[in-house]
Design a protein around this ligand. Structure first.
Ligand code: 5GP
Length: 187
């Protein structure tokens, strides 16, 4: 049964598969002479994207994770970021590819890149599953992007709302709850 909180599907499961496969091919070619590559997954939203992407890479690769929390409201980031979990690995002189779920204003990613760059990696690039170009507040173009989406709040394929809906096999908008109950309009 479809959850009434879920609105329009923006990216179907088969489109996700196809695009992740294309990104895997592209990254494999680009990193042929830059391996091993350290994939840095940003928890928790990038979980499924990272796992699927990594299985499409045909170059030596390692994986590590960071968890960050952005101060701000539930749906609006402030750009002031707290590191909840840091990398286990030392990335100095390593080739690093940050794997993000979504870039909205870009403020979180900007902070993260500044932080990682200070550790002296040999190279530092970003692969984001989703971007919202209309919302961008910073000069920052991830090297690899899965899909550009409109300015909507989305869930699924790892992305949550209050920890729910990560397990959806597609990316969909969330319907904003009405104060008196009911499933209301799309966010
Ligand atoms: P930014 O700093 O780019 O504005 O926000 C990035 C973070 O905000 C993402 O890593 C994600 O955690 C959260 N975020 C931004 N837009 C969405 C969205 O549409 N859906 C979900 N689930 N999270 C979002």
């Amino acid at each position: 049964m479809r959850d009434p909180a879920i609105g329009e599907i923006l990216v179907q499961g088969d489109e996700l598969n196809r695009r992740v496969s294309q990104l895997g091919t592209q990254i494999t070619a680009d990193y042929a002479d830059r391996s091993p590559v350290v994939l840095v997954g940003v928890l928790k939203g990038a979980l499924f994207f990272l796992a699927d992407l990594m299985r499409r890479l045909d170059v030596p690769c390692e994986v590590d994770f960071m968890a960050v929390a952005s101060y701000g409201s539930a749906t609006q980031s402030s750009g002031v970021v707290r590191i909840l979990k840091d990398l286990d690995a030392v990335i100095e002189d390593r080739h690093v590819l940050v794997v993000e779920d979504i870039v909205d204003s870009g403020l979180t990613l900007q902070y993260l890149l500044r932080n990682l760059r200070a550790r002296g990696p040999a190279s530092l690039e970003v692969c984001a599953l989703l971007t919202k170009p209309a919302r961008s507040k910073v000069e920052l173009e991830p090297r690899y992007v899965g899909f550009e989406i409109p300015n909507r709040f989305v869930v699924g394929y790892g992305l949550d709302h209050e920890e729910r809906h990560r397990n959806l096999p597609f990316v969909a908008t969330l319907r904003q709850p009405e104060p008196g109950g009911g499933s209301g309009a799309d966010w």
